[in-house]
Design a protein around this ligand. Structure first.
Ligand code: NAP
Length: 462
């Protein structure tokens, strides 16, 4: 494993960081456990106050934080600022609502059952493995609810965002957190497995690929501990015959190309009913052609490089695989820069169900355009995927949109916009997109002990 910052716009290595030693990993687990004993004894109100301070620091120093993201994984600076703001919103959401959501619940049990309450208690140390595409948001999305619940976190972040990972640890310390509330570790695969196996580690959360999900979930299951998995996606973007096609094309271009197309829930498969196919494709192609690739620090850039040269090479290989399987690949827009991890926006048409690419996720500015006979056919195509993260339906009839949403086998459906991310909406998928939910109360309750406490009439006869 090699933890390094490589600027994807220049492909220059900026900094490298040594792997953790085994002794450092052992020490980190000890520290996380002592921090847990201290943290669990604090009031929820005190924990919420820490999150408020962290949110404020993020907002006050937004520019410094945003620049780390743009440097390390290449996202355009405006999107980097938006990620910092979203992370602050999530911290604040849990600061505001955590105390109520964690209040004991008195059960409506029969008198003979005793006076019963369910008390929400923290579990202990959680191990989180996170990807590079939203380096702050991913950490905060799983961290904020767990810090307010009273848990502590060991973080293994992606090897290409080591400075973002360190910045998150520092943010918490700057906000006044005890040492050990969040510890960033540059761990190897073996050390990662050892952390999962440690009895003091009580839960595991991974956001990443299917491949990593299978490994991490297996390791967690071997150790008999709970895991949550937020994995890949190939979100369908259905455009029905009554859609506002211009609006759909505009949203489609955004939904597929923000973060350079490296979003688990980006609109990767556009499924167009026959009657709007030509109109949509024309409007969509024009929208994609208008994207401007360039330096992600330049405010006018709208298409970023991919996160690394390897990521760009992998996407090109998948385009080749699609073409070899019979698809037509049309490159769109002004040529992208020849240095840096850029990929030319590409539209894939004539993708048949027997093309190996048909059921794969492409993590970059590549759009798969599929033709459907009608709405039912569009739903069938949408569900013909191993993934089940999000999805979109474009129609001007809300009831029709809801009826289609009910038939999509996914964790999220957005009507008339691409799948989104907000501090006050839950996130997660089904099937190969993983299990468990993040954000709102659902994310908070993933790693708490719902402890039943029953008080009986101690003076009464047994
Ligand atoms: P990845 O290779 O699975 O990496 C994700 C994280 O897992 C990284 O920190 C990586 O570390 C770590 N990892 C991978 N294999 C591991 C192992 N055997 N043991 C311990 N850690 C391991 O994913 P990626 O390809 O970089 O990221 C993109 C994927 O994540 C896409 O499939 C995307 O859809 C998915 N994603 C999902 C969501 C969601 O919320 N559903 C959000 C964002 C991304 P290294 O960097 O050191 O390899």
């Amino acid at each position: 494993m090699s933890y390094s910052t490589v600027n994807p716009f220049t492909n220059q290595t900026v900094a490298s960081f040594p792997d953790a030693t085994d002794a450092e990993v052992d020490q980190a687990i000890d520290t996380a456990e002592s921090a847990f004993q201290e943290w669990r004894a604090t009031t929820v109100a005190d924990r919420a106050a820490l999150l408020t301070r962290a949110a404020k620091l993020l907002r006050d120093q937004s520019e410094e934080y945003a620049r780390i993201l743009t440097l390390e994984m290449g996202k355009v600076i405006g999107e980097a600022r938006a990620e910092v703001a979203l992370s602050a919103d999530i911290l604040q959401w849990y600061a505001d609502r955590g105390p109520d959501l964690l209040a004991p619940r008195t059960l409506d049990a029969a008198p003979a059952s005793g006076r019963a309450q369910v008390v929400k208690e923290p579990l202990g140390i959680l191990y989180t493995v996170e990807p590079w595409n939203f380096p702050f948001y991913q950490v905060v999305r799983v961290g904020a609810p767990q810090w307010v619940a009273g848990n502590t976190i060991l973080l293994k972040h992606a090897s290409n965002v080591p400075q973002a990972a360190a910045a998150m640890e520092k943010l918490l310390l700057d906000a006044g957190a005890p040492v050990g509330l969040l510890q960033n570790l540059y761990v190897t695969r073996d050390q990662s497995a050892r952390i999962i196996a440690d009895e003091r580690v009580r839960g595991v959360a991974l956001t990443g690929s299917e491949e990593a999900g299978r490994i991490i979930a297996t390791q967690a299951a071997q150790a008999l501990k709970k895991s949550t998995l937020e994995l890949g996606g190939a979100d369908a973007f259905l455009v029905l015959d009554d859609a506002d096609v211009a609006k759909a094309a505009h949203w489609g271009a955004f939904g597929r190309h923000w973060n350079a197309g490296q979003v688990c829930c980006s609109s990767k498969r556009m499924i167009l009913v026959d009657s709007v196919y030509d109109e949509y494709l024309k409007a969509y192609t024009a929208e994609v052609a208008a994207l401007k690739a360039g330096d992600p620090f330049d405010e006018s850039t709208t298409l970023a490089p991919l996160s690394s040269q390897k990521a760009a090479d992998d996407v090109r290989a998948l385009i080749g695989e699609a073409v070899a399987g019979g698809a037509t690949a049309t490159e769109v827009g002004e040529p992208v820069p020849t240095t840096g991890a850029f990929v030319q926006p590409t539209i894939l048409t004539n993708v048949t169900a027997d093309n190996p690419i048909y059921r794969k996720e492409i993590f970059g500015p590549v759009s798969m355009i599929l033709r459907a006979a009608d709405a039912d056919d569009a739903i069938a195509i949408a569900n013909d995927s191993p993934f089940g993260l999000g999805g979109s339906v474009f129609t001007q009839d809300e009831e029709r949109g809801r009826a289609v949403a009910a038939k999509l086998d996914t964790g999220m459906v957005y009507i008339n916009q691409p799948t989104g991310v907000k501090a006050d909406l839950p996130f997660g998928g089904v099937r190969h997109s993983g299990y468990g939910r993040e954000l709102i109360d659902l994310g908070l309750y993933e790693f708490v002990n719902d402890k039943l406490v029953v008080v009986s009439d101690i003076d009464g006869a047994f």
